[in-house]
Design a protein around this ligand. Structure first.
Ligand code: AMP
Ligand code: MG
Length: 424
């Protein structure tokens, strides 16, 4: 018979906001920088301000296929103007003869003297002796003209150090003539999973799995998430639930990495070796957060010859591991790469949406429910919110951030965070 257990102590857990602030306060941007082709820079973080050496667009140019003219030459609809030149994109025209117009195409530079474009749909070509055009609408000066420098002025800081490059910003950098960009080094992350029950897919077929064995799923999404965050991943595989093996894995990993990321083994059971091992090799600075799923999250450092290596221990339950990665590891990695985020901006801006479900029992922890937007503009709840049910994270397209101690009635406005933004 087991001796009667004393009720577990219920000291208040660290709040997610406090944990985030602590975590971000401990991480500083890596110092190494590298130069990469702009083509390969999606998702990387700029290491220096990008200052434009030219204006974009370089000249006033037409935003329509049509006719460039002086607006003052057309005082009433029906004026006929002679077409005195033709200017296609990539070719320069010459000064516009008085009382004439220029055939012009989208992107072509405006000829000197012209101040407006009439789109070809508002004109009728006139044949005969002169090649002319009948202007059907009175133009306003400046119409259908894109001004030189309206996108970028010369000398402007177009993208700042710390900007995380997106496909659109690669295009903008290219528009300034940048074929290569100076970016922050990729964080080197050592990843390992703990758990004697874990088996790698491919090693044992489903029909031969021993009782108690499960496939290692965390390793797959964590590796993919780290790669998306621009990390270089050393996957150290599965570490058995033994103190010596855990110590050895942590020591090896600390040497050549910026971060050690583990999953599992960070709770309070006798088979959980991560916490005491990190304490032995360095320090454990954060442990257990008032969030659901994700309570067993841990942060610390592991000493090495020179300095120390960051350590983050994620919970073993797959949904807990996934959610804590999105909410805590992602901002940590952004900051490690020099993105200037603080704890107030670590999460995307939540959208307020109506719950098309109810939560009758309030939880003492801040809860992140797996939900999905529906066609009626509301949110549906995945029926099984267990932290072991990874289907919820695939079925769902985001999380409801529900404050501690809060019930939800059907129709209540709740805070929704989309996976799309949390994964970006
Ligand atoms: P732990 O935090 O080690 O106590 O693990 C909590 C739960 O998550 C247990 O049911 C484990 O079997 C499960 N788990 C731990 N690691 C993984 C993993 N890599 N893939 C799938 N499930 C895991
Ligand atoms: Mg375990």
């Amino acid at each position: 018979m087991n001796a009667p257990q004393k009720p577990a102590s219920r000291a208040p857990l660290l709040s997610l906001d406090a944990a985030m602030a602590e975590l971000l306060a401990r991480v500083h941007a890596l110092e190494s920088v590298e130069t990469v082709a702009t083509f390969d820079a999606d998702g990387r973080v700029l290491a220096e301000d990008l200052v434009s050496a030219l204006q974009v667009p370089p000249n006033d140019n037409s935003s329509m296929d049509g006719y460039a003219l002086r607006a003052s030459d057309v005082t009433a609809p029906g004026v006929v103007l002679r077409v005195s030149q033709r200017i296609a994109a990539g070719h320069a025209g010459h000064a516009l003869e008085a009382g004439t117009c220029a055939r012009i195409f989208t992107g072509a530079p405006m000829p000197d003297g012209a101040d407006a474009v009439v789109m070809q749909e508002d004109t009728i070509e006139v044949g005969g002796d002169i090649h002319g055009v009948h202007i059907q609408a009175v133009p306003d000066a400046g119409q259908w003209v894109r001004r030189a420098g309206e996108d970028v002025t010369r000398g402007a800081v177009v993208l700042s150090r710390g900007h995380r490059l997106s496909p659109a910003s690669l295009g903008l950098a290219a528009s300034l003539g940048q074929a290569r960009l100076s970016v922050m080094a990729r964080p080197r992350v050592a990843l390992f999973s703990t758990g004697d029950e874990l088996v790698m897919p491919g090693d044992v077929p489903p029909e031969s799995m021993k009782p108690g064995a499960i496939y290692n799923s965390n390793r797959f999404f964590l590796r993919a998430l780290l790669r998306r965050m621009g990390c270089e991943v050393s996957d150290l595989g599965i570490v058995p639930d033994q103190r010596d093996a855990t110590l050895a894995a942590l020591k090896t990993a600390a040497d050549h990495h910026d971060l050690i990321l583990t999953s599992g083994g960070v709770s309070v059971g006798e088979e959980d070796h991560i916490k005491p091992s990190v304490q032995q090799l360095g320090s454990l600075d954060l442990w257990q957060i008032g969030m659901k799923p994700g309570k067993p999250f841990a942060y610390g450092t592991v000493r090495r010859d020179a300095g120390e290596c960051h350590f983050i221990g994620l919970p073993g339950n797959p949904v807990s591991s996934f959610v804590t990665f999105l909410l805590l590891v992602r901002p940590f990695l952004l900051r490690l790469q020099g993105v200037p985020i603080d704890s107030a901006r670590a999460l995307p801006v939540a959208t307020r949406l109506p719950a098309h479900f109810s939560v009758e029992r309030a939880d003492r922890r801040r809860e992140f429910l797996r939900v999905r937007r529906n066609a009626a503009g509301g949110l549906d709840l995945f029926p099984n919110q267990s932290s072991g049910v990874l289907t919820s994270a695939v079925w769902g397209d985001g999380l409801v951030d529900n404050p501690a101690g809060t019930t939800i009635a059907h129709g209540d406005l709740v805070s929704y965070l989309s996976f799309a933004e949390l994964l970006a």
